[in-house]
Design a protein around this ligand. Structure first.
Ligand SMILES: NC(=O)CCC(=O)C(=O)O
Length: 273
């Protein structure tokens, strides 16, 4: 995969959604769809991990799981089309109609990307499952595939999700496939928010990539979420960072950011494999 010599600028909106346990999935979906529609004029809109089913609401996952042609993704597709944006819809608890996976669990933490014409452009199944003996490893299958998408400015973005951020080898594999941007939805708790902030900058600096990371806010299933969604330049400079509550972060990313960083300080060419 080759990226353009100089990528154009990109206008991005990160919807750092706050939620608690009081909303139903249809209610939250309706709220999110309105927020997405309001982002017309952006090239790319990003939502957090597992916002429909609740990132830490493990017990609800089996009942709330949907297929990627289910009501949540359909609503997101319509919103992307109405707003005329490429939409990273965060992730859902995916239950495909006809697949159980190697461990027989039948659920995945699946990110969905909708194009501006409302088509499902791409999906990514979270590779590193969070929760040790409980949570994701107990209930979900692990994804196995690297996924890259083309952004409206022609650059290539690699998909990962939340806990994946702790595994730098994933991001090295993604840049080896041509990624210059990392798109990372998350449900990262307040208790470890400084890890999030540090690791986002680390991934940007070590891989000389643009990091676009959208976290969750609010408190659900007894876990306070940390917010601090961010856009980080390959230099490690924080171009924009959200606070800890619900917020839409709107960022104009300058043209050629990654290319000029890699050209002026070509550290990646000194790798010894
Ligand atoms: N949803 C997650 O993957 C949470 C990750 C997390 O809390 C951590 O890595 O710390």
């Amino acid at each position: 995969m080759t990226s353009p010599t100089t990528s154009a600028g990109l206008r991005v909106a990160l919807i750092q959604l706050a939620y608690d346990d009081s909303e139903t999935v249809p209610e939250r979906t309706a709220r999110v769809v309105d927020l997405v529609r309001a982002q017309r004029g952006h090239d790319l809109v990003v939502l957090p991990e597992l916002w429909p089913m609740g990132g830490f609401d493990y017990r609800a996952w089996p009942d709330k799981a949907e297929a990627t042609d289910g009501p949540v993704v359909k609503a997101l597709a319509e919103a992307a089309q109405d707003a005329g944006v490429l939409l990273h819809g965060g992730s859902i608890v995916e239950r495909p109609a006809d697949e159980l996976g190697p461990e027989g669990k039948g659920l995945w933490n699946t990110s969905v990307v909708l194009s501006a014409d409302g088509a499902l452009a791409s999906t990514y199944r979270k590779i590193h499952r969070f929760g040790f003996a409980g949570g994701e490893p107990l209930l979900m299958e692990a994804g196995a595939d690297l996924v890259l998408i083309e952004l409206p400015n022609g650059s290539h973005a690699a998909l990962s999700t939340c806990y994946d951020l702790r595994f730098p080898e994933l991001y090295r594999a993604q840049i080896d496939q041509g990624a210059t941007v990392f798109l990372i939805p998350a449900a990262w708790p307040m208790a470890r928010i400084e890890h999030w902030r540090l690791l986002l900058r680390a991934r940007a600096i070590e891989d000389q990539a643009l990091v676009i990371a959208c976290n969750t806010a609010g408190t659900h299933a007894g876990t306070e979420m940390g917010g601090r969604s961010a856009v980080i330049a390959p230099s490690g400079e924080v171009l924009a960072e959200a606070g800890t509550g619900e917020e839409v972060l709107s960022v104009q990313i300058p043209a050629g950011l990654v290319e000029s960083a890699r050209e002026s300080f070509p550290v990646l060419s000194d790798r010894r494999l």
